[in-house]
Design a protein around this ligand. Structure first.
Ligand SMILES: Nc1ncnc2c1ncn2[C@@H]1O[C@H](COP(=O)(O)OP(=O)(O)O)[C@@H](O)[C@H]1O
Ligand SMILES: [Mg+2]
Length: 356
């Protein structure tokens, strides 16, 4: 039986850009899927399709057992969405924004007020609750938008990069809210560029790059698939980075990454401590001075690099350039249903302005 969020073969193109290039997703009820990928990977596009904001060119999807293309209105009634860019009403106060959402979702005035109060407290907005949202900082808007998505507790939630731009305290607050929500049975699809966030919150992770899912599994499974451990070395002299790289390439098992700035090199290895000792000997015999060296388990970042050859934080350049040229093509979202299409377009513009 398909899960609470299910998609098969989703394709969505914008001009020359294949934002989704055959995406399959299956999220069992009551679990969290982390869709992990760099800017431009296709995460927001996937969320927009699944939340009925845009239509795919091909493929099909079901949310809460309802066909997304055939019954978008029914899908909308069963989901909550927090977008990458805040969709709050500037001219209402924080409290009014949340109460309005509650009433849209048919809560009684009294319940809407109570829920708004709880959420304002929870997201550290209580003090600013009665100011208009237009006076809020970016981080405050973001929190208000998240709170708005949580006014009702929908069976299925989508959160698109929910903690981008949040400070650590508010990030933790949101993680707590998300964990509560999931404990209550909500199914969640969360997109993120932050590996530790996927690690922390997601039951399973799908790594997405250039519109395709290139790996999936639990965080541990992905790390195991990367193989063994990682040797990490910091060398004393920047000039010796190439020589050190050559040593690691010889003794390691995959892509050597080099950070010029921190003079840090990493490489996946098999053979643990024995290889570590060998690396130390070799570096020493080449006269390369070491500031720090160690063996550690791979992080999701290592997983990402070994899968894609680039870090999750580096957007693939060619794709970005292509996207610049096609962004905002009139009618790009022509398939969108209902009033949501304006949001989808506004979102696209915001994407561009933010240089994403
Ligand atoms: N409305 C749009 N018009 C043109 N190109 C778009 C539009 N929306 C997304 N894209 C392009 O599709 C690709 C995937 O974008 P997106 O889904 O926003 O990625 P992510 O959310 O992972 O950063 C990017 O190259 C982006 O520029
Ligand atoms: Mg996005």
């Amino acid at each position: 039986m398909p899960g609470a969020i299910y998609a098969e073969g989703l394709v969505k193109t914008f001009g020359d850009v294949r934002a989704l290039d055959g995406v399959d997703i299956d999220v069992p009820e009551g679990t969290v899927l982390g869709l992990l990928g760099p800017n431009g990977a296709g995460k927001t596009t996937a969320v927009r399709v699944l939340t009925t904001l845009i239509q795919p060119d091909s493929g099909r999807a079901e949310v809460a057992g309802i066909d997304v293309l055939r019954h978008p209105n029914r899908v909308r009634a069963s989901i909550g969405l927090s977008g990458q860019f805040a969709a709050v009403d500037e001219y209402l106060t924080g409290r009014e924004n949340l109460q309005m959402v509650g009433q849209l979702y048919q809560l009684s005035a009294r319940d809407a007020k109570k829920r708004a109060g709880e959420l304002l407290e929870r997201f550290n907005l209580a003090e600013a609750a009665d100011r208009t949202a237009k006076t809020y900082s970016g981080g405050m808007r973001r929190r208000l938008d998240l709170a708005a998505a949580l006014v009702v507790r929908p069976p299925v939630m989508f959160m698109d990069e929910p903690t981008t731009g949040l400070d650590p305290r508010n990030r933790q607050a949101l993680w707590d809210v998300i964990q509560d929500l999931v404990a209550g049975g909500t199914t969640l699809l969360l997109t993120t560029q932050y590996l530790e966030e996927a690690d922390h919150l997601a039951h399973s992770i799908a790594v997405v790059d250039l519109g395709r899912i290139i790996a999936r599994g639990t965080s541990d499974e992905l790390k195991d698939a990367t193989g063994g451990d990682v040797v990490e070395v910091v060398v004393q002299d920047r000039d010796r980075l190439p020589a050190a790289r050559a040593v690691l390439a010889r003794l390691g098992q995959g892509e050597v990454t080099v950070d010029d700035h921190t003079r840090r090199l990493t490489v996946p290895v098999e053979g643990g401590a024995r290889v570590l000792a060998e690396v130390i000997r070799e570096l020493d015999s080449e006269g390369i001075e070491i500031n720090d060296i160690g063996l550690r388990r791979p992080t999701l970042d290592d997983v990402f690099i070994s899968l894609t050859g680039h870090s999750a934080e580096d957007a693939p350049l060619a794709r970005e350039t292509a996207a610049e040229q096609t962004a905002d093509t009139p009618g790009a979202d022509a398939g969108a249903a209902g009033p949501a299409s304006a949001d989808a377009r506004a979102d696209g513009r915001a994407d561009k302005e933010a240089g994403k």
